[in-house]
Design a protein around this ligand. Structure first.
Ligand code: CA
Length: 242
């Protein structure tokens, strides 16, 4: 029997939890619902989920306290966590990422967005290899040859921009804070201002040109992400859930 990825939904509002669970099941996931931290811990103790959808505001320990706890626990350390946050709560998003969440989803969110983000975190569980080739849409990057191309044409980027693009492309559709990018791209031991990230993103966009450059999105108050579908492009109407 095929293993269905098991998603633990930690959400205290039954209507939202039900809607999420139904959509997950329709899309080939096994959904398990827990209404608070204690119930979630009970589920985790009985079977480790493949990913956790974690509401921020919960009775008892908050989502952020739970994210910290599960990140610190060797058993749950590698389980992807997606935080559910209230609309426009920018400091929450940063705090969620700092607490160890892999991504966040803002309520109200579309079902398609939620499914895309879950699939993305599950893909990212596969171990990384620096020499891998990666492509998103018509943007391609080869780690072995250190080449970047857009629509088959080579693009010249500087070494820091290459590393930045490589990291973003290997972790697409998720937002990375400036501090996370400094840690992952520049390394833990450097002391650089966060503004440096902005400078290199600007250079990278200029090197890529307007179309490919638009794939590197600024998420206000949070950081950057690479997306196959830039929000500047026309988006089809989506069913929204909240
Ligand atoms: Ca809640």
């Amino acid at each position: 029997m095929k293993h269905l990825p098991r998603i633990l939904v930690v959400e205290d509002e039954p209507a939202i939890a039900e809607l999420i669970s139904v959509n997950l099941r329709h899309s080939g996931f096994a959904a398990v619902w827990a209404a608070d931290g204690a119930a979630a811990q009970h589920e985790i103790d009985s079977a480790l989920p493949d990913a956790i959808l974690l509401d921020w505001m919960l009775p008892g320990p908050s989502g952020i306290a739970l994210a910290r706890r599960w990140r610190a626990d060797p058993r749950t350390k590698a389980v992807p966590i997606l935080m559910l946050t209230a609309k426009g709560d920018e400091p929450d998003k940063v705090a969620g990422l700092d607490a160890g969440a892999d991504d966040y989803i803002t309520k109200p969110f579309s079902t398609q967005e939620m499914l895309a983000r879950i699939r993305a975190v599950l893909r990212r569980r596969a171990p990384e290899r620096a020499e891998d080739a990666v492509s998103i849409g018509e943007l391609a990057l080869n780690g072995a040859t250190h080449r970047v191309s857009w629509q088959g044409q080579p693009v010249k980027v500087g070494p820091t921009e290459f590393k930045l693009l490589q990291y973003l492309m290997k972790h697409p559709e998720r937002v990375h804070s400036r501090q996370q990018l400094l840690d992952k791209v520049w390394g833990d031991h450097v002391f650089i201002e966060e503004r440096t990230v902005d400078v290199h993103v600007k250079r990278l966009r200029e090197a890529l040109g307007p179309e490919a450059g638009a794939m590197i999105e600024t998420v206000r108050g949070v950081g950057y992400r690479v997306t196959a579908q830039p929000q500047a492009a026309a988006a089809p109407p989506r069913q929204r859930t909240g």
